[in-house]
Design a protein. Structure first.
Ligand code: MGD
Ligand code: MGD
Ligand code: SF4
Ligand code: MO
Length: 789
């Protein structure tokens, strides 16, 4: 008789509630668990769990290289865990002692696209306790914009769409049908209830096919589109003026000369008057606003959202406009006709979308990879955030909410980072507002620090899964940088092209072979109420181990054991759970988890004295923080890869726009070795319009050369009549063969290979976040003669 063991799938952000079917220590199936708040369904990856566990291409033992770096074959030799961990600990401590902890960088894969989510907090804790301010985590091309850039506007990240109560769902560069099953379930239920649906995506995929408005945006022009829709909302009065007046910094006056917010001291001529100033329409007088209390002198009545006043400052007449007036002026520069030209959408659709958003509130939204991988990503995120502010639905029921969560302890260990270390982050100077604030670095900065030793030398890298060679721009730089490292250790489930550069590779097990604690499942209030300790359902294959085990063992050997409960993971779990009152022992006996009822709290800003966690305490329509860092305080639109497209020769040679997207059957560079998944998509594909192909003599299914100024790769052409003729979308992550299917892999650095990111240069990046142009590069496609493989 097989056992049915409750758990959840950890392969992607959806974390679908599931049941493992196990017999004699073998995982036979993973099935949905409809009693779990995220368990209505599993995707094909989740159902492929038994194949993922049993795959013959897994790394099962720690290995050490015997050939020099750069050799075709690293000559992997099996070593013991003791040898691997002792050597790693010694090398890292040696480099730290000689050059400081900052000379050791860490890299981790995304917890949204891999099961590292089971152990990511422990890895973060290790990074902090060790003291490295240099963690390459891909956040600049993944979640930073929706989670951190959003905080410049709202004081917190995008939160969760409250699908259960929403009147309209806006999916902006997010395709949950392929990437987040439980979000797709939420959208589907909302639409079935009658909610409207707006999708902004260059491709007609997933919910775009069912949308009330599908805006087929030109990749990377989303910022102009958001300003255009906002302009129509403002001009037509389709926005929540009360919300903006009371809860945004829109009423605050901005000096026309310096761009700074007007201060009390500017009016009085007295130094020290730091309070800000708005215009009170009713009283015909200026009113001071105190960011410390979040209050207007004399109360909020009569405060004007739009105001233009001339003020004498030091004897000079200075025109001051309210922040909202400035924003409205900016939006006016993007009328529907102009947006149609820039974004390749219908002018009418801009107006219709504006109307729809206002009349079907509450609006909830999600913007992700479609927005986050451009050289203008941060300002695009700001433009979308401000468009959303116009609905007034921030943190409202049916809007984007931060659901109540259980009071579990965070063990990320930020407090363990020694004082002064964070300021040493290699990107702190160049991108002070970006991921560097929390010690995260982009791949370009990592490579520069290793290769050019700027701003100083990074000498060692500790990788937990990140596949830099395949998933980041400029893989040639990755190759050089990884080859130059003094020491590199990498923990992964398989020997990836990135792992091939390591000195030691540590075998990680799969989620079904390890225990994992999850407090809250994010997508709804009910989901946030669940705490689950997923059991190890089967023994770990070979000597593979969990990330948690690796971290705890390493920490002990590095002299950091005191921060890791001296290696006792159960003690660590108890520490996390203690404030919730849930006992580890009871939880362990109940693999389906425990629920603690929580009441949702909406519009929390209205109950907090200072409102929003921003410098002004309000939603920041106008960001003085950006201004202070030399960035546009309003989300003015700048074309993606401006230097490249300004070059006429480049434009002529590469007339098409190149974007990419995730596939439902794979996560990033993973899963190509899994037979049931690979059969559904045996070869790398570039999608283009049949007319675009016809003009180049390309037939459906032909192998083609896909080129950009940075490189060339080969892929198979597939036609899509719904794409704009000027847009091409290609797959990324292709390197691995499948032994079981007898399919060869693809060379990661060769023009005969299919590594999409060889096409993407890192010469132009988002000035704030460092995001790379994975989705708005220039390219061309040409046929290849007689290429069948
Ligand atoms: N062109 C293009 N490039 C992109 C994107 C795109 O849309 N287009 N998307 C970007 C995004 S959003 C992201 S997040 C990055 C992702 O980039 P990466 O974070 O590098 O993700 P993967 O390529 O999936 O590599 C993950 C690695 O983790 C390993 N792994 C799996 N399970 C575990 C585990 O439990 N523990 C450990 N330690 N390792 C494990 C896998 O075997 C794999 O080698 O890629 C980015 N790159
Ligand atoms: N199956 C699967 N699921 C995953 C992952 C995976 O690799 N595979 N990875 C996980 C991770 S790490 C992440 S970050 C999430 C991402 O989840 P999503 O954001 O949903 O990921 P994508 O499908 O890459 O991108 C969303 C959409 O953006 C569109 N797009 C491309 N260019 C543009 C553009 O310029 N503007 C706009 N508006 N849209 C554009 C694409 O056509 C695509 O449909 O998925 C997570 N889930
Ligand atoms: S969507 Fe698929 S891969 Fe992601 S958690 Fe659910 S079943 Fe697993
Ligand atoms: Mo991601």
């Amino acid at each position: 008789m097989a056992d049915r063991i409750p758990g959840f799938c950890a392969l992607c952000r959806s974390r679908c509630g599931s049941v493992g079917v196990v017999e004699n220590g073998v995982l036979l199936a993973q099935e949905p668990d409809p009693s779990h708040p995220t368990g209505k369904a599993l995707c094909m990856k989740g159902r492929a769990a038994p194949e993922i566990v049993a795959n013959p291409q897994r790394l099962l033992y720690p290995v050490r290289r015997t050939a020099p770096k750069g050799s075709q074959d690293p000559g992997w030799r099996r070593i013991s865990w003791d040898e691997a961990l002792d050597e790693t600990a010694a090398q890292l401590n040696r480099i730290k002692a000689a050059h400081g902890a900052e000379a050791v960088a860490f890299s981790i894969t995304s917890p949204s696209g891999s099961p590292l989510s089971d152990g990511i907090k422990w890895v973060e804790r290790l990074v902090n306790a060790f003291g490295s301010p240099n963690l390459s985590r891909g956040t600049e091309i993944c979640n930073w914009h929706k989670d951190e850039a959003h905080a410049y506007t709202f004081g917190r990240g995008i939160g969760s769409p409250d699908f259960e109560h929403t009147g309209c769902v806006l999916l902006w560069g997010h395709n949950p049908s392929a990437t987040w099953l439980d979000h797709a379930t939420g959208v589907n239920d909302a639409v079935r209830r009658g909610a409207k649906l707006v999708v902004v995506d260059p491709r007609r995929v997933g919910f775009a096919m069912r949308a009330d408005q599908w805006l087929r945006v030109r990749p990377g022009s989303d910022g102009a589109l958001a300003l255009g829709i906002a302009g129509e909302m403002i001009r037509n009065g389709w926005f929540d003026a009360d919300f903006l007046r009371e809860h945004s910094n829109g009423p605050l006056l901005v000096r026309g000369d310096t761009g700074r917010l007007l201060r009390e001291g500017d009016l009085s001529g007295q130094p020290g008057g730091a309070r800000l100033v708005a215009w009170n329409e009713a009283r015909g007088a200026f009113a001071c606003y105190d960011p410390a209390t979040g209050l207007y002198e004399g109360g909020p009545e009569g405060i004007a959202l739009r105001a233009v006043r001339t003020v004498a400052i030091d004897g000079v007449e200075v025109e001051c406009r309210s922040a909202f007036q400035r924003y409205a002026d900016l939006c006016d520069d993007y009328p529907p006709d102009r947006v149609a030209q820039i974004c390749w959408v219908n002018a009418d659709a801009v107006t219709q979308t504006a109307r729809l958003l206002f009349h079907h509130r509450p609006v909830s939204y999600y913007a992700w990879s479609g927005v986050g991988q451009h050289t203008n990503a941060t300002q695009t995120d700001r433009a979308i955030a401000l468009l959303y502010a116009l609905t007034g639905d921030f943190d409202a029921q049916g809007g984007n909410v931060e659901f109540s969560h259980l009071p579990a302890r965070d063990v990320g260990g930020r407090e363990l980072m020694p004082a002064g270390q964070l300021a040493k982050c290699i990107s702190a100077q160049a991108q002070p507002l970006g991921p560097a604030r929390k010690g995260a670095i982009g791949s370009d900065a990592l490579y520069r620090a290793i290769l050019q030793e700027e701003p100083y030398a990074i000498r060692a890298l500790v990788g937990f899964g990140a596949n830099l060679v395949m998933s980041h721009a400029n893989p040639q730089a990755a190759r050089q940088a990884l080859s130059k490292l003094e020491f590199c250790v990498h923990a992964d489930v398989t020997l990836t092209p990135t792992a091939q550069f390591a000195d030691i590779v540590l075998p990680v097990n799969t989620p079904w072979e390890r225990e994992a604690l999850r407090v809250g499942f994010e997508v709804s209030q009910a989901a946030e109420e669940l705490v689950q300790l997923r059991p190890a359902m089967i023994p770990s294959a070979g000597e593979s181990r969990s990330d948690a085990w690796i971290v705890f063992e390493l920490a002990k050997r590095m002299g950091l054991g005191e921060h890791f409960w001296n290696g006792d993971i159960d003690a660590a779990y108890r520490y996390i759970l203690e404030p919730t009152g849930i006992s580890l022992e009871v939880l362990r006996q109940q693999p389906e988890g425990m629920r603690q009822p929580l009441a949702p709290a909406y519009r929390k800003y209205a109950r907090q004295p200072r409102g929003f966690a921003t410098p002004s305490g309000k939603v920041e329509v106008y960001s003085e923080t950006f201004l202070g860092a030399g960035q546009d305080p309003l989300p003015g639109y700048v074309e993606p890869v401006p230097r490249l497209i300004a070059d006429a020769a480049v434009k002529q040679a590469f007339p098409l726009v190149l974007t990419s997207a995730k596939l439902p059957q794979f996560c990033h560079s993973q899963h190509r070795q899994i037979p049931s998944l690979r059969r559904k998509s045996p070869e790398p594909v570039v999608t283009l319009h049949p007319e675009t192909a016809a003009g180049r003599g390309i037939a459906n299914g032909d192998w083609v050369a896909l080129s950009t100024p940075s490189g060339t790769v080969r892929m198979k052409a597939a036609f899509d009549t719904h794409l704009d003729q000027r847009v091409v979308c290609a797959q990324y992550g292709w390197w691995q063969g499948s032994q079981e299917l007898g399919l060869a892999g693809y060379e990661p650095f060769s023009t005969d290979g299919a590594n999409f990111n060889l096409l993407i240069g890192d010469g132009e990046l988002d000035p704030i976040s460092g995001s790379a142009p994975h989705r708005s590069y220039v390219c061309n496609v040409r046929p290849l003669e007689g290429k069948s493989a």
